[in-house]
Ligand binder design. Structure first.
Ligand code: IMP
Length: 178
């Protein structure tokens, strides 16, 4: 079984690149059904979403804007629950259909924080697409609308997700070895 070591921890292969790409194509098709012909803005939540958004955009054929917001809440493998807005949204969302793109929805705190920000923006609609979702860790108000993979409550790295800064470059997703 393929494995990687990052800092003091070992991770084993969980989702292979091909499986991830297939799930993203499927998500793009679902988004096309809902958003073709609408005034859409994809908002990527940095840092973790950079690979997901870049691959998803390869399969989006309808017109859409792309923008980013940068948040931070994790230290090591634990969510701090305290979120800070490191780079704000600087685009006009008035009457636009917003699709938030998350790498992972874990406790859901980040999503709740984002929904609060977007409440004031007079959007036409807001939906959430997340590559990964941990239902057993979720304690938030807003669940993601589109999910590529529901996963158990275990820390994962790779494909944009990091452990203390490392692992974002990995093409597959790895799960922490217990
Ligand atoms: P939440 O606010 O608890 O839903 O967490 C959201 C953010 O925490 C994500 O955007 C990730 O950056 C980070 N995160 C949550 N779970 C993991 C994980 O298993 N691996 C790496 N980062 C994670």
């Amino acid at each position: 079984m393929k494995s990687v070591s990052l800092h003091d921890k070992e991770f084993i292969l969980y989702l292979e690149e091909e499986k991830i790409q297939n799930a993203i194509t499927e998500m793009a098709n679902k988004l096309a059904e809902e958003y073709t012909g609408k005034d859409v803005v994809f908002v990527g939540v940095l840092n973790g979403c950079f690979r997901f958004i870049s691959d998803l955009m390869k399969y989006i054929e309808f017109d859409a804007e792309v923008n980013f917001i940068k948040l931070s809440s994790y230290r090591g493998t634990e969510s701090t629950g305290k979120i800070s807005d490191l780079m704000s949204l600087n685009t006009d969302l008035h009457q636009k259909h917003v699709v938030l793109l998350e790498d992972i929805v874990d406790t859901g705190h980040t999503l709740d924080y984002l929904m609060d920000i977007l409440k004031e923006k007079d959007t036409a609609s807001v939906k959430v697409a997340s590559l990964l979702y941990k239902p057993d860790a979720f304690i938030g108000k807003r669940k993601p609308d589109y999910v590529a993979f529901e996963i158990p409550n275990l820390f994962v790295v790779g494909y944009g997700l990091d452990y203390d800064g490392l692992g974002r470059n990995l093409n597959d997703i790895y799960q922490i070895k217990s």
